[in-house]
Design a protein around this ligand. Sequence first.
Ligand code: NJP
Length: 245
Amino acid sequence: DQKVAFITGASSGIGAGIARKLSQAGYAVAIAARRLDKLEALSDEIASAGGKALAVELDVTSEEANAAAVQKTLRELGRLDVVVANAGLMPLSDIDALKTDEWRRMIDVNVQGVLNTTAAALPTLMAQKSGHIVLMSSIAGRKVFKGLSVYCASKHAVAAFADGLRMEVAPKYNIRVTCVQPGAVASELYDHITDPNYRQQMDELAQQMTFLQPEDIGDAVAYAVQAPPHLDMAEMFVLPTQQGW
Ligand code: NJP
């Protein structure tokens, strides 16, 4: 039986890179996000490379929609082995600009979205006493950067939840939990920065170093989920070499 991975935020960037790499590793992939046209294009690409992909329209901020997306995956692909809660956004701004709508959006997607996806998948994984949950945190889940305070808070929350989740579900239900903490990855993430100063900073950063590609993170996730069953790759901190630490 072909193993199945469910990946959120798979319509672009890292999520799409993970979908490509897990497909190459032999998984059938359920690719979820809001932009169905992008998902269908990726699904066609995966199919023409000999893989199997199911496009699932999903807004991760809805608990019910996450449950429905997981049910659709089970119905159409037959099983669930890996869940990647990856959807997220990063609009930069200073705190004194009080862009409270952006703060709320980041908490809704980056934190509540991850909780919703995890909650939707857990009953199946717990019942079968196997599975692997991959949560997308960030270098911003370890350190705080100016202009990124709320984003950092959201990614610290994901890292904390990953630790708690692992503690509670790994021994009891044989579910592995991997927290991924990338540095700078070339993706659409930076396209949504509206503040011109921070846009310029990001453009300068991109000139100073070679960003990772989404497929680099895909390779890391493929490694984690294919590790021998006794091994839980608990954290993966993946940086462009020139980003340093
Ligand atoms: O960004 P991007 P990345 N419901 O913009 C989806 C983290 N990260 O790949 O809904 C469902 O290309 C959106 O899909 P759509 C980052 O924080 C990145 O870089 O169709 N999906 C798209 O597929 C994030 O957690 C870097 O618009 C929603 C995806 O999310 C993850 O990596 C570094 C959604 C975003 O793809 C992927 O970001 C790092 C919703 N409500 C961590 N809202 C980096 N790039 O440097 C958005 O440390 N999406």
